[in-house]
Design a protein around this ligand. Structure first.
Ligand code: FRU
Length: 326
């Protein structure tokens, strides 16, 4: 073999090697969710973008942990988490970023309904399926909503309070962020249950789901009302903030405290410690979101709305794990 033919053979070999390497590559991006990659050597990896509105509350940390744990059972899933730090504009930008990098599916737990509705719809228009988790958006331009029934939870809290107060008393309502749907629903269900009773809501305020905000609002309520029978807060951090304010004023024994969420290490622990009198479970839905995402990515049909159950924990049942809502 002379020098010239040797060179040609080497070049030929290089081309063949390049082709083999290219064919063996798992080409990423823009494969439709229904393409299960069955004909490929390496299984397809799906990227899920998870837009979390805030990680300031233990409940949201738990939601991300539930998603992470469920996804870890499926090696074909990769989840990218973004935390909007309770900033709606930042969360809108996060959704845009997920659209731009073309994630295979978006899970979003939006801070507020109206401002996140359009970004979610844009993801859908870009062909990215969207699971809306816990706090809803407006309209129906998403793939699936997963969450518990907050009207039902609010109503159950109202019924519990009605029984416990014997149908009369002075109550403080500390509401979650009223531009988010769970707060509107927890308020509505609660007020429905109180209709026709002698229970009076003497003070109500939007504590935006935040414990320090609830504590501040409760200080105002305590300053204005010499007698309060019960505090109903739309979440456990809110109920705990109210309890802290009442304790600082030496009045925590005068009233009952009711919250929502019932995380084992938060609300349920508060009930055990005698800080809260009742808490209503609000499941994070993290695991259901991952299971639903998988079904969507495999091209299987999913329901438009998945409603999760709830339980009540009070001093009579906390040691046996609470009871399902009546
Ligand atoms: C956490 C939280 C929970 C509440 C849920 C409602 O941010 O406030 O405490 O149950 O969001 O969306």
């Amino acid at each position: 073999m002379n020098h010239e033919t040797g060179l040609r053979a080497a070049r030929g070999l290089a081309v063949v090697l390049l082709l083999v390497a290219w064919a063996g590559c798992d080409r990423p991006a823009s494969v439709s969710p229904t393409d299960t990659g069955e004909n490929r050597a390496a299984p397809r990896v799906f990227t899920i973008g998870m837009s979390q509105c805030n990680l300031g509350e233990p409940w949201r940390v738990q939601m991300n942990a539930d998603i992470q744990a469920a996804a870890a059972r499926h090696p074909e899933l990769r989840v990218i988490f973004k935390d909007a730090q309770n900033d709606t504009l930042r969360q809108r930008a996060h959704v845009e970023e997920f659209i731009n990098v073309r994630v295979d599916l978006l899970i979003i737990s939006p801070k507020e309904a109206a401002p996140l509705t359009e970004p979610v719809a844009r993801a859908m228009e870009a062909g990215i399926p969207v699971i809306v988790l816990d706090r809803a958006v407006l309209g129906d331009r998403y793939t699936c909503f997963i969450g518990a029934d907050n009207v039902r939870i609010g109503r159950a809290a109202g019924e519990w309070i009605k029984r416990r107060l014997g149908g009369r008393g002075r109550v403080v309502e500390l509401k979650g962020l009223m531009t988010s749907i769970p707060a509107q629903d927890r308020h509505r269900g609660f007020r429905e249950a109180l209709a026709g009773t002698e229970i009076e809501v003497v003070f109500e305020a939007d504590m935006k789901w935040l414990e320090p905000e609830a504590r501040r609002e409760m200080e105002s309520a305590l300053a204005r009302f010499p007698k309060i029978d019960l505090v109903y807060a739309h979440n456990d951090p809110g109920a705990h903030g109210a309890w802290l304010a009442a304790r600082a004023a030496g009045r925590e024994k005068e009233m009952l405290f009711v919250g929502i969420d019932a995380l084992p290490h938060e609300g349920v622990a508060y009930v055990r410690q005698g800080i809260l009198d009742a808490t209503f479970q609000y499941p994070t839905g993290g695991e259901q979101a991952v299971e639903t995402a998988l079904r969507i990515l495999r091209g299987e049909p999913v329901p438009k709305r998945i409603v999760l159950g709830s339980r009540v924990f009070d001093r009579t049942n906390v040691e046996r794990g609470g009871d399902p809502l009546p």
